[in-house]
Design a protein around this ligand. Structure first.
Ligand code: MN
Length: 181
């Protein structure tokens, strides 16, 4: 959370989009890990969103499992979701993701594709074959923004697909869409 507030208040945050310079060094998959785009609302104040407190109250108990092996990407998603009152579970391993999903029944899973053990697509297949976990919506969040990746993710059983760089507004919109009652 502190990171986000610091980034959000930086004076460079003008215009349509900007990139925190330290993210550029994180080049394990792509030289540009995330680009933030801002419209003129403040995404860090829940009351500034259109539906305000009522929507916030609906979300209080929603739990999201983030499966992500890149610490920086994890923190970014984590901080953004925590500030919007979601409860976060985390793992960087595919096999552990299967266990966490079975034991905790999260309301939503955000699934990175490239993980140290299993691929996120394989993890998704395992979860969708299991009666205990098959109803949990899974959104693939991946830097592989190549043609056909969305199709592959959906064929593996993912319910949605978000490609990095993650756009904050559409990301939150997609998360809410899968969590609405
Ligand atoms: Mn990864």
């Amino acid at each position: 959370m502190p990171c986000f507030r610091r980034w959000a208040s930086r004076p460079r945050c003008e215009g349509d989009g900007w990139l925190p310079s330290f993210l550029v060094s994180d080049a394990s998959v792509t030289p540009v890990s995330f680009i933030f785009t801002f419209d003129h609302r403040n995404f860090y104040d829940p009351d500034a969103l259109e539906n305000g407190a009522a929507e916030e109250a609906n979300r209080v108990l929603k739990r999201i499992l983030i499966v992500e092996d890149n610490e920086l990407h994890f923190r970014l998603l984590n901080d953004l979701l925590e500030v919007h009152s979601y409860k976060i579970l985390k793992t960087e391993y595919g096999r552990e993701a299967v266990k966490l999903a079975r034991n905790n029944s999260p309301d939503l899973i955000l699934m990175d594709i490239k993980l140290p053990d299993l691929s996120g697509l394989d993890v998704t297949r395992l979860l969708k074959q299991d009666d205990q976990t098959k109803r949990i919506p899974i959104i693939a969040v991946t830097a592989f923004a190549m043609p056909g990746d969305e199709r592959k993710a959906l064929e593996s059983g993912c319910d949605g697909y978000i490609s990095k760089p993650v756009m904050i507004h559409s990301f939150l919109h997609t998360v809410r869409r899968f969590l609405s009652p």
